[in-house]
Design a protein around this ligand. Structure first.
Ligand SMILES: NC(=O)c1ccc[n+]([C@@H]2O[C@H](COP(=O)([O-])OP(=O)(O)OC[C@H]3O[C@@H](n4cnc5c(N)ncnc54)[C@H](O)[C@@H]3O)[C@@H](O)[C@H]2O)c1
Length: 341
């Protein structure tokens, strides 16, 4: 039985603990750590059968029985804890993003590449049944030569302003999943980025130095073009759709709803709203990503989302940021070369 320690017992840490317990065979959570451990979290851990609840994650790293850690703490802790965990000989699953700072991701890459430990990054949408079907169609050549990738990604509600201030900005916090999806669906790298953005949802987001709505267009190395539209608030719920269009056809994925019932009356035709947010829409994807992480360790296979996959969307995000500031298309090579990559 693979023993796991979870660092960070907030929203996503608890999701992973619950999905391991419910859906992942051959692994169990032995310990969690969070400096702000409260009574409620201790009781939750106890109820989950987790033996240890620490305030210091080093207790997990020092436990020789623990094989792997999931880093689910606040973003600013991901890269330093990743390095410490690998140096302690643990396999690591790190929530997105690895870091906002490319120099720090480079340090993590160096340590990962010189170690035998597995290192997976939490781009959960790759494990969603809809996105995976689209990817399979593209890989099977059913779309032909890719021409256009379109991604719509809108949240049902904006995060609190306290979160916006430390989020690294919408591109590195939210769009990062969509940048990863462009890479995943196309199997290609992004060469050039042009972004426009604005504050249309909440002026406080603008006062905090961020944007809440954007359109990003991209040129890919394989010759295709991609477009992402983002908004921090969609009144009808979490809107996560995509299309890959090519010479032979297109594959399109829509939103999941709690039922497929459509009510038709003389007033009109009404269907269910999309599932409310990521915890509802991607619950199964979160379980699948940890299952594949565990499989990679047990069967000594490559992880499905590696450290380079953690770096590339950050580069694209920085290019998008620069594009808005300088009102021009920005090549990802320009960002990379500024970091010696
Ligand atoms: N892949 C996804 O879909 C997804 C979804 C949500 C969050 N995330 C990522 O997961 C991370 C956590 O997000 P969240 O929504 O669970 O936040 P959260 O605030 O609910 O939880 C973070 C927890 O980390 C704890 N923490 C802070 N420093 C720590 C340390 N040194 N050691 C251990 N614990 C520490 C905090 O006390 C808090 O309980 C973020 O980086 C976020 O980007 C990813």
């Amino acid at each position: 039985m693979l023993k796991i320690g979870i660092i960070g017992a907030g929203r996503i840490g608890k999701v992973h603990a619950e999905s391991i317990s419910n859906y992942v065979k051959g692994a169990e959570v032995k310990a969690i750590a969070d400096p702000f451990l409260n009574q409620e979290t201790k009781e939750w851990a106890n109820g989950m059968g987790i033996k240890h609840a620490y305030t210091d994650y080093k207790e997990i790293l020092n436990d020789a029985e623990i094989d792997a850690v999931l880093i689910c703490s606040s973003t600013d802790t991901h890269s330093p804890i990743s390095i410490e965990a690998i140096q302690a000989g643990k396999h690591v699953f790190c929530e997105k993003p690895v870091d906002h700072d490319v120099e720090k991701i480079k340090e993590v890459m160096k340590v990962v590449q010189s170690s035998k430990c597995k290192y997976q990054v939490g781009f959960n949408r790759r494990f969603d049944h809809n996105f995976r079907s689209a990817k399979e169609a593209v890989e099977a050549g059913k779309i032909g030569t890719q021409h256009i990738i379109k991604i719509t990604s809108r949240d049902p509600e904006a995060p609190p302003i306290s979160y916006v201030k430390v989020s690294g900005g919408m591109f590195l916090d939210m769009t990062i999943h969509d940048f990863d999806m462009v890479r995943y669906l196309s199997g290609s790298e992004v060469e050039e980025v042009y972004a426009v953005g604005g504050v249309l949802v909440d002026p406080a987001i603008g006062e905090a130095g961020d944007i809440d709505t954007a359109i990003i267009t991209m040129k890919l190395k394989n010759g295709a073009m991609a477009v992402i539209d983002n908004c921090r608030r969609a009144s009808y719920g979490y809107d996560q759709r995509a299309e890959v269009f090519g010479s032979k056809g297109s594959v399109e994925i829509g939103n999941d709803a709690s039922s497929t019932a459509i009510l038709s009356t003389s007033d009109g035709v009404v269907a269910e709203k999309p599932l409310h947010f990521f915890l509802e829409r991607y619950m199964q994807a979160y379980a699948n990503e940890i299952r594949e992480f565990v499989e990679a360790i047990v069967e000594d296979k490559d992880v499905p989302v590696n450290v380079v996959d953690g770096l590339e969307p950050v580069i694209i995000g920085l290019a998008a940021k620069k594009s808005i500031i300088e009102s021009r298309p920005v090549k990802t090579a320009e960002i990379k070369s500024s970091f010696g990559l």
